[in-house]
Design a protein around this ligand. Structure first.
Ligand SMILES: NC(=O)c1ccc[n+]([C@@H]2O[C@H](COP(=O)([O-])OP(=O)(O)OC[C@H]3O[C@@H](n4cnc5c(N)ncnc54)[C@H](O)[C@@H]3O)[C@@H](O)[C@H]2O)c1
Length: 323
């Protein structure tokens, strides 16, 4: 049986998913919609039998799609997801869910009411290291965590604008916040400080903060601080370090380092987490079994709201509590 897929948004991350999906048997990349009609046309021309659309309703009504990838920039969420829910079409949506609380909240309500199958692109959860860290923590007591996303600025034009991306913590560092939640549990309070130091002088139109630190209190009693910067000319740390009574777990995209009094053990990640995430979505579409999807819309909303609370705290100078 062929699984027919559509794409809303055909930019960078869509290409990433497409590279995985073309390797899977029985997947048909059938329909592409993008506000940039030429881009949709170009991507469609690269896949046998695919059609490009310049009208989203037309795509959804004329093609019987089994699932849709929503790969639009952060400020463009809302319309696509709500049209998919109305038609009962399952979707995988890229993080972040939006740039505010309101749009994702409204979508989450509709998704819940319809019990629609969803997946959200928090691919760090699909690294072997994330699940190994959970196992290792089962017989130790975690006290604190330090997270990082220290790098340069992605040059897609919407990224540097607060009203486009929601800023680095919402758009990028959300992966580390999600990893923290996945491994260490829920966050109850957030306090953030941000600043814009240099990037507005280096890249015209920049209004997102280029440095920030966010301290969080977790339900478990743990304290976590996640910092980010986009002012570097080179990449630096990206990941999460968890401090326990047994030692330190250092999670990076390529491995987990388990540092204890016995020495250091390196556990490399061998699978491509985007591939595992895509496989889990396709498997769920085919079987109805959602158990391999590690992050759905309802769960992701909690991660998203932490990042929005951080923005609110940075603006007010006060801690924000999350219920
Ligand atoms: N999971 C990850 O690791 C990861 C990596 C990169 C990007 N992303 C996320 O994916 C999303 C897209 O990022 P990207 O790098 O592909 O951006 P991009 O700018 O390369 O592509 C976005 C595409 O969406 C189109 N678009 C804009 N508004 C639209 C709308 N309303 N309807 C349909 N199409 C629309 C644009 O024309 C563009 O082709 C962002 O939210 C980003 O955070 C996730």
């Amino acid at each position: 049986m062929t699984t027919k897929l559509g794409f809303i948004g055909s930019g960078g991350i869509a290409q990433h998913h497409l590279k995985n999906l073309v390797q899977m048997d029985g997947v048909s990349l059938s329909a592409f919609y993008d506000v940039d009609a030429q881009r949709a046309q170009k991507v469609a021309s690269e896949h046998n039998g695919a059609k490009a659309f310049s009208n989203l309703d037309e795509m959804l009504d004329s093609t019987s799609l089994d699932g849709v990838y929503v790969c639009v920039p952060p400020m463009a969420h809302g319309e696509a997801e709500l049209k998919l829910v109305q038609r009962g079409i399952p979707f995988l949506v890229e993080k972040p869910l939006g740039i505010d609380r309101e749009v994702p909240d409204a979508i989450a309500k509709q998704v819940k009411a319809s019990n629609l199958l969803t997946s959200v692109g928090y691919h760090w959860r699909y690294n072997e290291s994330a699940n190994l860290a959970k196992q290792l923590l089962a017989d130790s007591k975690a006290g604190m965590a330090l997270g990082y996303w220290m790098g340069g600025m992605p040059m897609v034009p919407w990224w540097r604008v607060q009203a486009g991306s929601g800023g680095q913590f919402v758009e990028q560092t959300t992966h580390i916040v999600d990893l923290l939640r996945y491994i260490c549990g829920e966050v109850r309070e957030v306090y953030a400080s941000y600043a814009l130091q240099v990037m507005d002088e280096q890249v015209e139109g920049t209004d997102v903060p280029d440095v920030g630190s966010v301290t969080m209190k977790l339900a478990s009693g743990m304290i976590a601080t996640i910092s980010n910067t986009c002012l570097l000319p080179v990449g630096h740390h990206v990941g999460l370090d968890i401090y326990t009574n047994k030692g330190v777990l250092e999670l990076r995209s390529d491995a987990l380092r388990d540092i204890s009094s016995q020495g250091t053990q390196l556990h490399p990640n061998t699978a491509n987490p985007y591939f595992v995430e895509d496989e889990a979505f396709i498997y769920a579409l085919r079987t109805g079994d959602r158990s391999r999807i590690l992050s759905d819309y309802a769960d992701s909303l909690h991660t998203h709201n932490i990042t929005i609370a951080a923005n609110e705290s940075a603006a007010s100078g006060k801690p924000v509590s999350l219920i």
